[in-house]
Structure formats: structure tokens, C-alpha cells
Write a protein that binds this ligand. Structure first.
Ligand code: DAH
Length: 433
């Protein structure tokens, strides 16, 4: 339901700051539950307003449409809470303690032990532990990030995990035996060995295990991708082939790891990460006689590419001229999105300030997002400068103002620009230049 998440000031401290964070609050209420705040707290009221919107369960929303294209065999979980522990989001996935992905500048922390999940992988451990062999998770994920047409601090992922066992494990379904499709005598093939880690495999996996898992993983994803794109009906979309490529990748929880990139508006963008799940994760989740692959797919990118949606902010509009375009389409491939975006060019305005030592660019981006009411499309750092005597650094950002569905007046742009300036000075401890 909308607005299930309210920011509640249980016990305000002095100077409660409502733009940038709720660090000045004692407690915060997220999705109906109260949490203690501490020095890690950095969620903003704006971000909290997205919790509970659940675009992925809203019928006929473009995110809902793409997640409905399910894989057979897989159990689907689409209502796991986005509030997770640091243990779920990082430790259970073997993320090193000093890994940058844990930084406060990258995530929305509720407190030092609790975070809005940064990926659906956060639930892998608990679902493997529950004994499932093939499952999908769909949900909203939260990351502090730059501001442009393809980035929004909340997006949606579809995560898939598939476990396999050896022939020896009779109690399990034949479908989940890794060597079941191999020809010839497979009795001697084993899942595990005490060997060496190489670029192709983990220490405890045989090369056959790793290669078969990789093959099955890539095949599953390629089948899914062509199911999504290949038969998009002409003449609605004449360019029926989507350009994709596999690239090597690194994730703390898989080895080997891969990324699938697709071409979007002439640029290669990462659509999906995947790999062979590290055996330690399976062992810790009580599945030590099994092996697995996993993938995590960004639903906004897929959906924007599929329907030619030019700006990620459309996903969050409640404007019927957007949503009505996706209504009652039995066949999603016949949808050809017509942007409501005015032909007006974006209005660019610069803002420059001296930054303090503890400044992170994502602090500024969050501040802009908090003050903005749908006008800002892109923010780019256009210049940095170090004062030769004082050693002080300054940043200059260019803010592009462009609404997704109407023209802007110079007056409203100026008004917002000034409010951003004032908020930056009063809340980020920066000094205007
Ligand atoms: N969680 C990763 C991310 O959000 C994506 C990912 C990579 C998911 C590899 C996986 C995986 O399941 O195996 O960037």
C-alpha cells in the first residue's frame, strides 16, 4: 500500500534536519516498525517515502510486466521486506569488512546493524537455508547514487538462484542433478574435489561442475533475454535484435562471475550480474552437498530498453498518461511507449561550493533529491578546483532541469535552484563560491 512508511519523530533532538538525513532523530519508523537511530543513520524522509510503493506488485506497471515473465520451475518471492540486517546484505555474502560497498556513502542505513537492502542477493542465505532448489526474488533495492536518466536511488531487481546436486543424492528431483544431461557414463563425475582455485573454478569444485554450471546459467539467461526481446513484433519495433555481451566480473559471493551488458541508447550498460555461488555460502546455509548458480537482474534497465522509456523517473510517476500506456496488454511485446516528455530542452544551472573534508558527492545528490519535486533530471560534476594556498577544494555541479511530462518556467527552475543552494549551505556545511 502507498505510504505505509511514515517518518515518525518519536523523540526529536535539537536541529532535526529533514532534508539530508534523520541522524538527528532518536528513532525512526520504517514500514510500521521502529528502529533506533545512531551515527550510521542516513536514510532521508524522501527515500522512506518510496518504501512500500512496491511498483513490482502494481498490476500493469512496466516493472510488474517484466517480472511476470517467469522462469518455469522457480518459486517466486516478491514480498520480502527491504529492511534487512547488515549481516544479510553483506556478511552472508562474504563481503569483506572493508569493502567499499558497505560504505555509508553508498547505502541507506537505518542504523549500524540495519540497512535498506542494496540488492536482492541479501535473501539468498535464508532461502537456501529453507531448502529451496530453484527460486526467484523480486524487490525494491536502495543505493545512494548519481542523478541521471538511468539512475534512481530505488530500483528493482530480479534475483535467481538454482541449486544442483550429484547423482548420488537420490532424495532430490532428477531435474536438479547437474550431470543428468551428460552423455555416456557419468557415474564417475563428481561435484567436488580438493583442488586449486583457477580463473574457471573454485578450489572445491571440479572443472566439470564449474563449466556445466556456467553453461546452464548462461543458457538460462540467454533464453530469458531472447524471450523478452527477440519476437518484439514489427513494425512496432523494427530493431528486433538486442545487442548483448558477456563480460568477466567480480562479486565477493561468486566465482567465476560474469556480467551481461546490453546496448542502451548507443551505450553498453550492465543489466545483470551472475556467477557460480561460492561454496562457503551454501555450506553456511546447510546445503553443503549441493552447488549453485545465481544471478541478479536490474528490472528498470530491462524495462526501459524493452519499452523505450527514456527516463527512469517515469517509473515513479502516478501520471495516468504514463501508466495507461501499459494497461491491459496481454502481450507486452506490442507495447510501444510514447514519451510524454516535452520537446523542451533541459535548463542547465550551475552551482559551485567549497567542500569540507568529510564531504561525499552522494551527500549532495541526496540533498538534491530531497529538495527536488520532480524537476531535476541530471546532475554532473563539471569542475573541481584546489586553492593553491589554503588547499581547499571546490566542486562545481551542473544541474539539468527537465520534467518528464511538462514544460518548466524559468521562475520555478530558479526557485528550486536557490532552494538547493540554501539547503546545501545549511546542511552540508559547504560554502558557496
Ligand atoms: N547483487 C549484485 C548487484 O546488485 C548482482 C549479482 C551478481 C547477483 C552476481 C547475483 C550474482 O546473484 O550471482 O550488483
Amino acid at each position: 500500500a502507498q505510504n505505509t512508511c511514515i517518518l515518525q519523530v518519536v523523540k526529536p533532538r535539537l536541529n532535526a534536519c529533514f532534508y539530508t538525513s534523520v541522524t538527528t532523530l532518536e528513532r525512526v519508523s520504517v514500514a510500521g516498525k521502529d528502529y533506533d537511530c545512531d551515527e550510521w543513520t542516513n536514510i532521508t524522509p524522501k527515500i522512506l517515502s518510496y518504501v512500500g510503493r512496491n511498483l513490482h506488485t502494481q498490476k500493469d506497471h512496466p516493472i510488474y510486466i517484466v517480472k511476470e515473465v517467469n522462469l518455469p520451475l522457480f518459486a517466486v518471492f516478491d514480498n520480502l521486506s527491504p529492511v534487512v540486517t547488515v549481516k544479510q546484505n553483506f556478511d552472508s555474502l562474504l563481503t569483506p569488512k572493508d569493502h567499499v560497498s558497505r560504505n555509508r556513502s553508498e547505502n541507506y542505513y537505518i542504523n549500524k546493524n540495519t540497512v535498506l537492502r542494496a540488492h536482492t542477493s541479501a535473501h539468498e542465505h535464508e532461502l537456501i537455508r529453507s531448502g529451496l532448489s530453484a527460486f526467484l526474488m523480486v524487490g525494491d533495492v536502495y543505493r545512494r547514487d548519481t542523478i541521471d536518466a538511468t539512475h534512481f536511488p530505488v530500483f528493482h531487481q530480479l534475483e535467481g538462484v538454482r541449486l544442483f546436486n550429484s547423482q548420488q543424492v537420490k532424495k532430490r528431483n532428477y531435474l536438479f542433478q547437474l550431470f543428468s544431461k551428460c552423455e555416456g557414463n557419468t557415474a564417475d563425475l563428481t561435484l567436488f574435489e580438493n583442488g586449486q582455485e583457477t580463473a574457471d573454478k573454485q578450489m572445491c569444485h571440479t572443472l566439470e561442475t564449474s563449466k556445466l554450471l556456467e553453461f546452464n546459467l548462461k543458457q538460462t539467461i540467454e533464453d530469458f533475454t531472447s524471450l523478452m526481446f527477440k519476437t518484439k513484433l514489427p513494425p512496432l519495433n523494427l530493431n528486433t535484435d538486442v545487442e548483448c555481451k558477456w563480460v568477466e566480473a567480480y562479486f565477493p559471493f561468486t566465482h567465476p562471475s560474469f556480467e551481461l551488458e546490453i546496448k542502451y541508447n548507443g551505450e553498453w550498460i550492465e543489466m545483470l550480474g551472475c556467477g557460480i555461488l561460492k561454496q562457503q555460502i551454501l555450506n553456511e546455509a546447510g546445503a553443503c552437498d549441493q552447488v549453485a548458480w545465481a544471478f541478479g537482474l536490474g528490472l528498470e534497465r530491462l524495462s526501459m530498453k524493452l519499452f523505450d522509456i527514456p527516463d527512469i523517473r517515469y517509473m515513479w510517476t502516478t501520471d495516468d498518461s504514463f501508466l495507461s500506456q501499459f494497461k491491459n496488454h496481454e502481450d507486452f511485446k506490442s507495447i510501444q511507449f510514447k514519451p510524454i516528455l516535452s520537446k523542451q530542452p533541459a535548463v542547465a544551472n550551475d552551482i559551485a561550493f567549497w567542500i569540507p573534508n568529510d564531504y561525499a558527492m552522494n551527500d549532495f545528490y541526496d540533498l538534491v533529491r530531497s529538495v527536488d519535486d520532480g524537476l531535476v533530471q541530471t546532475v554532473t560534476l563539471v569542475d573541481t578546483f584546489v586553492h593553491s594556498e589554503s588547499g581547499k577544494q571546490s566542486h562545481c555541479y551542473r544541474i539539468y532541469y527537465r520534467h518528464t511530462s511538462r514544460a518548466l518556467t524559468q521562475a520555478e527552475v530558479n526557485n528550486l535552484h536557490n532552494r538547493i543552494k540554501d539547503a546545501a549551505e545549511s546542511q552540508l556545511n559547504v560554502k558557496g563560491r
